[in-house]
Design a protein around this ligand. Structure first.
Ligand code: GRF
Length: 200
């Protein structure tokens, strides 16, 4: 099976996915390409290290979002992906792009959705006085951070925690749950039906 991963930055979740393909946590699949909208994304280095095609497309080379997204889809589809994984891909996707991969594109968002869509989730959870925080893997729909949740992991927030400390705790969980969900999707154990995720 073929997985294409979209990134914009560090790519620690990408690394977890690559490692899980090698260890067999993700069964019979490999990351065939990594695509970044940022030329300096460290995740592109991780891809090269692993012998995976590392692609960069700059939004500034395209006239608008629809045009850029079409170019991305064209590159991605050369790899005939069974699953498209957003792993720290920091760009809003057009409806057309999202619909094209509906049911076979997942994202990880660092909050216990539906709480804290958008950015700065760790600081916002601290500022709200929350005692727990976490991460959610969900199918991607046209609503930003709004698609059906497949799996979440919770972490505690302790008094005096900084956003960085909470983020570290969250990411440790992300690296565990994202490969599990990727495997469920690839093995057709998790599906999307309209607004809900269901499991076989
Ligand atoms: C992750 O925390 C993820 O939840 C969010 O962006 C971060 C990406 O980190 N969407 P990395 O690039 O995988 O290290």
């Amino acid at each position: 099976k073929s997985i294409v991963v979209l990134i914009s930055g560090n790519g620690s979740n990408l690394q977890a996915i690559i490692d899980a393909c090698e260890s067999g946590i993700i069964e019979n699949a490999k990351v065939t390409a990594v695509l970044s909208n940022k030329a300096d994304a460290f995740g592109l280095e991780r891809a090269k290290q692993a012998g995976i095609d590392a692609l960069h497309l700059a939004a500034s080379d395209y006239s608008d979002r629809a045009d850029f997204d079409q170019a991305m889809a064209k590159r991605i589809d050369e790899y005939q992906p069974d699953l498209v994984i957003l792993a720290g891909f920091m760009r809003i996707l057009s409806g057309e792009f999202v619909r094209h991969y509906q049911g076979r594109m997942i994202n990880i968002h660092p909050s216990l959705l539906p709480k804290y869509t958008g950015l700065n989730t760790h600081q916002r959870a601290i500022d709200a006085g929350d005692s727990e925080h976490g991460t959610s893997v969900h199918f991607v729909t046209e609503e930003l951070d709004g698609g059906p949740v497949i799996l979440q992991a919770k972490v505690p927030i302790f008094a005096e925690d900084t956003a960085e400390e909470v983020m570290g705790r969250v990411q440790e969980q992300e690296h565990r749950i994202y490969p599990l969900v990727a495997n469920w999707c690839l093995q057709q154990r998790a599906h999307m039906d309209g607004e809900t995720a269901f499991f076989d």
